[in-house]
Design a protein around this ligand. Structure first.
Ligand SMILES: NC(=O)c1ccc[n+]([C@@H]2O[C@H](COP(=O)([O-])OP(=O)(O)OC[C@H]3O[C@@H](n4cnc5c(N)ncnc54)[C@H](OP(=O)(O)O)[C@@H]3O)[C@@H](O)[C@H]2O)c1
Length: 301
């Protein structure tokens, strides 16, 4: 089967579409014929060697942590899913014609495959962040980096939990944030003053999604470092804030909830651009520029 891989750290030149053996579903897994795989900043960061010191890769490494597709093998001990079911979920090596998923949910009929392929990572991450921050109905949340995949999803899930959300993005994306249910503001100097004007009741918790070095400012705004969480700034614990990187133990619950919320019309995902499997490099280059709205995805089939 075709798979997009790399065998040494480097720029886009190390990326290749390889012909490799198909994977098979082990116990507790399913294999899917992949329709769409999501693109994440972690793809180009891994390729660049960003994580090489604490998360070295075994080469060749196949890109992709999430996908939608149709189940064609069901592993031992798996129940509730059959060959032919359309699902979306988390796994490894999903930028390939076949991939093994370790957690999944049934894809609602109304959810296009390209949306389903881009949802698992952002749903798992946003749910984990909101849980870890101990967010509650009635609270006000500040999201730094609100227009990307994780931010867009965190806004909608926080709104569903009954929270008020202020999100930062460049001005041209403010209507997009409003459409997701957030009160938009720009990032950059003067954030604390802008946020105070928008939320005179105060900010209860903040989510640093971009890792743009603003943890001290976010802690100043919230007033309690334990209610500030970053998913991109490794220095968070040095400031007394939380850092979250490890996927939750039971992502299936979050995926099933996302399917339910999508069916109800409460959760949406904007797919900014779709690329064919041969253009994973172009997708990674666009992701690395850092201004994606929603998600980029790869159409495998
Ligand atoms: N630790 C974990 O478990 C985990 C999980 C998933 C992702 N991550 C990390 O989280 C980060 C975000 O992921 P993502 O998928 O949401 O990324 P993304 O979709 O690529 O985010 C792009 C968004 O970031 C915004 N942005 C860029 N610079 C900004 C700034 N200084 N302030 C506020 N917003 C800014 C952009 O808005 P503008 O165009 O308006 O600038 C753009 O809409 C990445 O670093 C990723 O590696 C970590």
């Amino acid at each position: 089967m075709k798979a997009v891989q790399f065998s040494e750290y480097g720029g886009l030149e190390v990326l290749k579409v390889a012909e490799i053996d198909e994977p098979h579903a082990g116990p507790g897994q399913v294999r899917i014929a992949v329709r769409t795989a999501g693109v994440n900043p972690a793809d180009w960061k891994r390729r660049d060697g960003y994580f090489r010191d604490f998360m070295p890769l075994e080469f060749p490494f196949t890109f992709g942590f999430e996908a939608s597709g149709v189940v064609d093998e069901v592993g031992e001990g798996v129940s509730g899913v059959s060959v032919g079911d359309a699902v979306f979920g988390l796994g490894t090596g999903t930028m390939a014609e076949y991939a093994v998923l370790t957690s999944w949910a049934r894809k609602p009929e109304t959810m296009p495959f390209e949306v389903a392929g881009g949802l698992p990572v952002v749903v798992e991450t946003a749910t984990r962040c909101l849980d870890q921050l101990g967010t509650k109905a009635g609270e006000t949340l500040l999201v730094s980096g609100a227009a990307g995949g994780v931010g867009s999803t965190a806004i909608q899930l926080a709104r569903h939990r009954g929270m008020t959300v202020i999100g930062t993005a460049s001005e041209r994306k403010h209507d997009y944030l409003r459409g997701l249910g957030a009160i938009p503001t720009t990032y950059g100097p003067g954030l604390a003053e802008r946020v105070e004007a928008l939320a005179p009741q105060g900010i209860d918790a903040a989510l640093d999604i971009v890792g743009s070095g603003i943890l001290p400012e976010l802690i100043g705004i919230v007033g309690d470092p334990s209610r500030v969480l970053s998913i991109a700034d490794f220095s968070a614990p040095d400031h007394g804030a939380q850092f979250s990187t490890k996927p939750q133990d039971d992502p299936e619950q979050a995926l099933a909830e996302a399917a339910r919320l999508y069916s109800e019309g409460t959760l949406r995902l904007r797919v900014e651009r779709r690329f064919p499997l041969t253009q994973v490099g172009e997708a990674q280059a666009l992701s690395a520029e850092g201004h994606v709205t929603g998600k980029l995805v790869i159409d495998v089939a």
